[in-house]
Design a protein around this ligand. Structure first.
Ligand SMILES: Cc1cc2nc3c(=O)[nH]c(=O)nc-3n(C[C@H](O)[C@H](O)[C@H](O)COP(=O)(O)O)c2cc1C
Length: 341
């Protein structure tokens, strides 16, 4: 059945209910290998970086499969890599519902989920038992009740827990839905945080003779004046990659929508231009020293290609999948040309 027929049924449900219904359908199809029918013909467009081989540069952004429950179905859709999480050390319920809203006319979402997740330990058996062949990254965060001056405890606990199961780890300091989390992006704070995580990674690497690249995911709301210092601090801390970017607190372009006042991060089409602007600045600041994953408002092949052309090595999608459906991944993979070195 084409997604155009499915979508009105899903969109008749509350956004979070639709999320569960869509995953129930995907998992049922995936059990019989049928979810790959959504992908269509999937050419290999391999990208090699961070010591990993990505069959194509189109990834799933964090937050859709927070608990690593749907890896098989997601891989069948054609993703070249999948990022699970955000996972925190202890399980937490997130914010009260409703906490996720569709701005359909704008092809956008506002969410204030607040890192609802089952806790890092719960995801481990699923990560260990996975049979997908694409890299799986694990996005980690801190619990809402952990004060910022103890944040490193939470990130280190998550890193240690997932170390043997993660192809890469993303340090998420850019969600707008955990109070004061974004303060950790301040240069002094992020340098110290990343350094402690990278030191621990180096220790674990010696212990297990297995590497694990560390990526840092930033917000698109860092001002152009502050951004170079933030990037420099992240690189100085020893990060192996940058992910640009998370959702925005801006309501530019959606001000008149009745749901625009809802608290949370905005994603999808209204984020595209801002995310591209920030990506461009990040590329300029990084100067080729580490790979960059571009994310934010990819709603078409052209949007993905532009991020690659701006200098992203890989890209990720979330909201585009909700609006375009499961066939979107294959469409992107067929349509883009990976960046040449
Ligand atoms: C409902 C929802 C939940 C999200 N949860 C997370 C999360 O847990 N961790 C994270 O790093 N990013 C999270 N994100 C941000 C996405 O990974 C992505 O950075 C952002 O949505 C921009 O991409 P998009 O416009 O393609 O959706 C979430 C986004 C949405 C819409």
């Amino acid at each position: 059945m084409p997604y155009a027929l499915f979508r009105p049924l899903l969109f008749a449900l509350d956004a979070e209910q639709a999320h569960h219904a869509a995953f129930a359908a995907l998992d049922a199809q995936a059990a019989f290998g049928l979810a790959r029918l959504w992908a269509g013909h999937l050419p290999e467009k391999p990208v090699e970086l961070l010591g990993l081989r990505f069959p194509n540069p189109i990834g799933l952004a964090a937050g859709l499969d927070k608990n690593a429950c749907h890896l098989r179905g997601l891989a069948q859709l054609g993703f070249g890599f999948i990022e699970v999480g955000t996972l925190t050390p202890r399980p937490q319920p997130g914010n009260p519902k409703p906490r996720m809203f569709r701005l359909i006319e704008h092809e956008a979402l506002i969410n204030r989920l607040g890192f609802n997740n089952d806790g890092v330990e719960a995801a481990l058996p699923r990560l260990a038992a996975r049979s997908v062949s694409v890299p799986v990254g694990v996005n980690i965060g801190k619990n809402a009740t952990t004060p910022n001056d103890r944040a490193h405890d939470d990130y280190l606990a998550c890193l240690r827990a997932v170390y043997l199961q993660a192809d890469y780890v993303t340090v998420n300091v850019s969600s707008p839905n955990t109070k004061n989390l974004r303060d950790l992006q301040a240069p002094k704070a992020i340098r110290a945080l990343v350094r402690s995580i990278v030191d621990e990674r180096d220790h674990l690497q010696r212990l297990h003779a297995r590497g694990c690249p560390i990526a840092v995911k930033i917000a698109p709301d860092i001002t152009p004046e502050d951004l170079p210092d933030v990037v420099e601090a992240i690189l100085d801390g020893g990060a192996d990659a940058l992910i640009s970017s998370n959702t925005t607190l801006s309501r530019e372009g959606v001000e008149a929508h009745p749901l625009a006042h809802e608290t949370g991060g905005l994603s999808g089409a209204p984020l595209t231009a801002r995310a591209d602007r920030v990506l461009k600045q990040v590329v300029a600041a990084v100067r080729g020293r580490v790979p960059i994953i571009g994310v934010g408002g990819i709603m078409s092949v052209a949007d993905a290609q532009r991020k690659l052309d701006l200098g992203a090595d890989l890209v990720q999608v979330y909201t585009g999948l909700i609006y375009r459906g499961p066939g979107f991944v294959g469409e992107l993979v067929r349509g883009i040309q990976p960046r040449r070195a």
